[in-house]
Design a protein around this ligand. Structure first.
Ligand SMILES: CC(C)(COP(=O)(O)OP(=O)(O)OC[C@H]1O[C@@H](n2cnc3c(N)ncnc32)[C@H](O)[C@@H]1OP(=O)(O)O)[C@@H](O)C(=O)NCCC(=O)NCCS
Length: 178
């Protein structure tokens, strides 16, 4: 069984990754509803946030899963500025906890500054060294260039043999522990 208590805060040169709080609801609402940020992300209706209450419910439900060791979901903050500028998570753990999927998003004004690269490096290191994962997967829309490039820059490899049956536009990338 994975042990994620206390919550694993992570730090890098510019970033502090911490647990989500209810007070992050305005930023979560913006990140999850902005049309540009979400242009390549398909979510079924019951997983779409439509108002601030939805953002609060989302945070509560994520933190319940975090407390049950089912997902690790970080708020990305610039160091010393307590404000969520993006999120990154490990979820969809296999039953033996040897593989997990990574997901991420970032407020528009912070794109193209290497921020998600820095966050992803921390999460990969944590996943392999602290959670003993053997493989991390990532599903991303084939036209989501920034995301595909980010994954390739971090040594993820496209698995051409597998398809996402729920979304044919998705590519599946994989990173194996070396
Ligand atoms: C995908 C996403 C997280 C990438 O985040 P990001 O922080 O902008 O990514 P990075 O900055 O690390 O890399 C993106 C670009 O910035 C460039 N870059 C990297 N470090 C940089 C730096 N220090 N200064 C300036 N540019 C830099 C990279 O070369 C890269 O260029 P590219 O467009 O040619 O690939 C972001 O675009 C996003 O949130 N998209 C919407 C949500 C989403 O699609 N999530 C993925 C779902 S699967």
């Amino acid at each position: 069984m994975m042990k994620l208590q206390p919550f694993p805060e992570l730090n890098s040169e510019r970033l502090h990754l911490r647990k989500l709080k209810l007070s992050d609801c305005d930023e979560i609402f913006e990140i999850r509803t902005n049309q540009i940020i979400n242009q390549y992300i398909f979510r079924p209706k019951n997983r779409q946030i439509v108002d601030k209450d939805g953002a609060v419910n989302f945070i509560q439900s994520i933190n319940e899963k975090v407390d049950k060791n089912q997902v690790v979901f970080w708020s990305i903050n610039l160091k010393k500025i307590e404000k969520t500028i993006g999120t990154i998570c490990l979820w969809n753990f296999s039953s033996d906890n040897s593989t997990a999927e990574v997901g991420y998003d970032l407020s528009l004004e912070y794109h193209q500054k290497g921020i998600m690269h820095e966050a992803l490096c921390c999460v990969i290191e944590f996943g392999f060294n602290e959670l003993s994962l053997r493989k991390i997967t990532a599903y991303t829309h084939r036209e989501n260039k920034s995301s595909c490039e980010l994954l390739k820059r971090n040594n993820f490899v496209l698995n051409e043999n597998e398809r996402d049956n729920s979304n044919p536009n998705n590519l599946i990338f994989e990173l194996n522990k070396t």
